[in-house]
Design a protein around this ligand. Structure first.
Ligand code: BGC
Length: 495
């Protein structure tokens, strides 16, 4: 190529590149953070009085559904190494750190009668260290690790769960609320109910599609409302914080412009949002969702809908109990209407009568469910805005996995984060969506549930073969650090 041609190519490349990213700086008060969860990082599973939880139980006693029978017994050993974690956070320059409290570290039996002092001290120390370094704690109360004694009593299928969770939440507000302003009750209802009580993929591995999973959902909604009301009545005026709930949602792209496919997309979104967010904002499941499950339940000979109704009283109790929507978003699916839905099938994934798949040409990651589809997040954010009166949204998780090899030059992760952030900026800028912050999953490689240590999402590599659990910075950490410092995605930011 001659010099002129090289020059033209360079100009073209620069132009395309600049054009592809939204280079407008994020607002000054926009928050950038990272996330983790207790079972995935803490380790010390039986130290200092901690009780057993459902993931301890599953990993130790089976059925062995985790890759290579790996466990979170030690994980990143953050119980002992939290100061190192905070030093990494400080270096990144994050405004907030999302972590979760292990219920059974605080309350070994699950009940509020015996509080484990060492557990309280651990979280106090962590929060103190964060505050001393100018980092806001964002605390999830429940990230999947239910105390095992509560599971023995049925877990989310026992109505008393609402009291158990309320007591636990209240204890957390009491103990830590002077230093923690922002709380999230439950992380990912679909992972908890659909996969824990529906298709039996995650702890406690209960298989009750279309029945147990919907009972679980109802209990969870009311338990959230219980915590919100406790906070609202007893803590809000003093602590001035917020209580949110975290939904996991993909974007569901209609396969064509045909009405049936567009309706399929809406139906799928209603299964996610109409089941979990609608009750907290409007007091009830969405009508599309109720009608659909009632129709199928009737066809199947049930006397009433398999989706348990909320009583009038419960509706009142639920309505308006969401201060902020937490969104975990990783990927997108294509959807179409099922031509011949199986009339006998039951469960969240089939009651909607929607086909779902990912396009072959979408870039892969280290997880079979995670394809890189950055435009999906913008469409989803816009849909949420329109459907929920522009409620505040905090992105509580978004991130990219690799296949567990030590890869410190993780350019694909950088590309993912950059392109998703660009679409988030577009959603704010061009569609007026009220996004107040972004939380990247995850601070460091950790125990990836059923995939054990075979899939990694971290900005920091963790050596799980070393006793030290040595943490090493990846290239993506420096990339994210720069984004946080400049609040923008380009070398030169637009004004
Ligand atoms: C969960 C995390 C998990 C991540 C990646 C989310 O579903 O909240 O605990 O590690 O996705 O799979």
């Amino acid at each position: 190529m001659d010099k002129a041609a090289v020059f033209i190519c360079l100009i073209a490349f620069t132009f395309i590149n600049v054009d592809a990213w939204n280079t407008k700086p994020f607002p000054k008060d926009f928050k950038f953070g990272v996330a983790t969860a207790s079972y995935q990082i803490e380790g010390a599973w039986n130290e200092d009085g901690k009780g057993e939880n459902i993931w301890d139980h599953l990993c130790h006693h089976g059925p062995f559904v985790v890759e290579h029978n790996q466990t979170g017994d030690i994980a990143c050993d953050s119980y002992h190494k939290y100061k190192e974690d905070v030093a990494m956070l400080k270096d990144l320059g994050v405004s907030h750190y999302r972590f979760s409290i292990s219920w059974s570290r605080l309350l070994p039996t699950g009940f509020a009668d015996k509080v484990n002092k060492a557990g309280v001290q651990y979280y106090k120390n962590l929060i103190k260290e964060l505050k001393a370094n100018g980092i806001e704690p964002l605390v999830t109360l429940y990230h999947w690790d239910l105390p095992q004694p509560l599971q023995v009593l049925g877990g989310f299928l026992n109505d008393n769960f609402v009291d158990w969770f309320g007591d636990y939440a209240q204890l957390c507000f009491d103990l830590f609320g002077d230093d923690v302003s922002n709380w999230l009750t439950f992380n990912e209802p679909i992972s908890i109910c659909q996969q824990g009580y529906g298709n039996g993929r995650k702890a406690p591995l209960i298989t009750s599609p279309g029945i147990g999973e919907y009972i679980c959902g109802k209990t969870m909604m009311i338990a959230h409302a219980r915590a919100w009301h406790i906070y609202d009545k007893e803590y809000r005026s003093k602590q001035k914080g917020s209580v949110g709930f975290v939904v996991d949602s993909s974007w569901y792209e209609p396969n064509s412009n045909k009405t049936a496919d567009i309706e399929a997309s809406e139906m799928k979104l209603q299964f996610v949002w109409g089941m979990y967010i609608n009750p907290l904002i409007n007091g009830d499941h969405s009508s599309i969702l109720k009608k659909q499950i009632a129709k199928r339940s009737k066809q199947q000979g049930f006397k009433r809908s398999r989706l348990p109704e909320f009583t009038k009283e419960e509706q009142k109790y639920l309505k308006g109990t969401l201060d902020i929507i937490g969104l975990n978003h990783y990927s997108t699916s294509m959807v179409s209407a099922q031509k011949n839905p199986d009339p006998d099938a039951m469960g969240f994934y089939v009651d909607c009568e929607v086909n779902e798949w990912q396009a072959d040409d979408w870039e892969k990651s280290g997880s079979d469910w995670l394809r890189v589809v950055p435009w999906g997040i913008r469409k989803l954010l816009k849909w949420i805005k329109v459907n929920f009166n522009n409620t505040k949204i905090l992105i509580t998780e978004n991130g990219y996995s690799d296949n567990g090899e030590k890869d410190l030059k993780d350019d694909r992760r950088i590309h993912y984060v950059k392109s998703y952030l660009s679409n988030i900026r577009d959603a704010m800028d061009k569609d007026g969506v009220n996004v107040v912050g972004y939380t990247l999953w995850s601070l460091m490689d950790n125990f990836e549930w059923n995939r054990g240590y075979t899939e990694k999402f971290g900005l920091y590599h963790v050596d799980f073969n070393s006793r030290n659990r040595t943490r090493t910075k990846k290239k993506s950490a420096d990339f994210y650090k720069k984004v946080i410092a400049t609040r923008c995605l380009a070398d030169k930011c637009a004004a």
